[in-house]
Design a protein around this ligand. Structure first.
Ligand code: ADP
Ligand code: MG
Length: 262
């Protein structure tokens, strides 16, 4: 794919901070059921950067992502998209921010079953009252190999095709940032590779900022960097991760945790 400066998803220079967490903490429950899911995480996400959030199950990855995306509210600390502190927005403003500036890809695809692929892809833009950018949408569905599937409903598509529709939907409005929570968790390895290479090239070639939560070292290896969470804390950052390097790091945490236990 060639560099296409006319398809950049959002204004801004490389190096621009498009999202940030400062001392972000989220406590679930109270008393005996109190869990500090995210514990004082500070991180910056730059334009065109593809970040993998890694960590074992229960380490706070989803909670952190939900707070950063405005789907959940931090107990303390801040989450920012662009210049906007999400904590300063009321519910209506937050909904508008999510619709206009944020794209989501979920493990379970979350497509609407009664809508065609095309209708699913254009729905967020319709809801945000944005005029569809046909040239961009056509390019996007072409990149994802969906051009001849647009009239199909989700049930008529494979898992890999459904997740490609979800990727097109996430990027359709050229959001400032795309959040993907275990996007390959329900896919076979071949479909997963297609999704991961699409995410990687949309960061590299389209300047799309992406934050992907995963526990899979192979998935993380497609990212520009990996952030490691353990017990809600940001414990390590790895630039240019490889699957072997990520696996090593995860094992080292496991050993440290076992040794640290009484
Ligand atoms: P991960 O995505 O890394 O598996 P989560 O963010 O889902 O981790 O969960 C982090 C911790 O917070 C876990 O101990 C989990 O049980 C707890 N947790 C997550 N969501 C809730 C919730 N809505 N209510 C209570 N506890 C929660
Ligand atoms: Mg999770």
């Amino acid at each position: 794919m060639n560099q296409r400066t006319d398809t950049l998803p959002a204004p801004g220079r490389p190096g621009t901070v498009v999202a940030a967490a400062d001392g972000l903490t989220k406590v679930h429950g109270e008393g005996a059921t109190r869990v500090t899911a995210v514990d004082g995480v500070t991180a910056r996400f730059l334009r065109g950067e593809f970040t993998a959030i890694m960590g074992p199950s229960g380490s706070g990855k989803s909670t952190f992502m939900h707070c950063l995306a405005g789907l959940d509210t931090p107990t303390s600390g801040t989450a920012r998209i662009g210049e906007t502190d999400l904590g300063s927005l009321n519910d209506v403003q937050l909904t508008r921010m999510r619709r206009e500036r944020v794209g989501f890809v979920f493990q379970a695809f979350n497509l609407l079953p009664t809508l065609t692929a095309w209708e699913n892809i254009t729905l967020p833009g319709d809801l945000a009252g944005l005029a569809p950018d046909r040239a961009w949408l056509t390019e996007l569905v072409g990149l994802l190999g969906l051009s001849d599937r647009l009239g199909h409903r989700p049930a008529q598509l494979s898992g890999g095709q459904q997740q490609r529709v979800a990727c097109a939907r996430a990027l359709a409005t050229r959001p400032a940032i795309v959040f993907a929570d275990e996007p390959t968790g329900n896919l076979d390895s071949r479909s997963a590779a297609g999704i991961l290479s699409f995410l990687r090239s949309s960061a590299r070639e389209l300047g799309q900022t992406i934050v992907m939560v995963t526990h899979d070292p192979v998935a993380a290896a497609h990212a520009d960097r990996a952030l490691f969470l353990a017990d809600g804390r940001l414990v390590h950052e790895m630039p240019d991760p490889t699957a072997a390097g990520v696996l090593e790091q995860m094992k080292a945490f496991d050993v440290a945790r076992r040794v640290g236990r009484p």
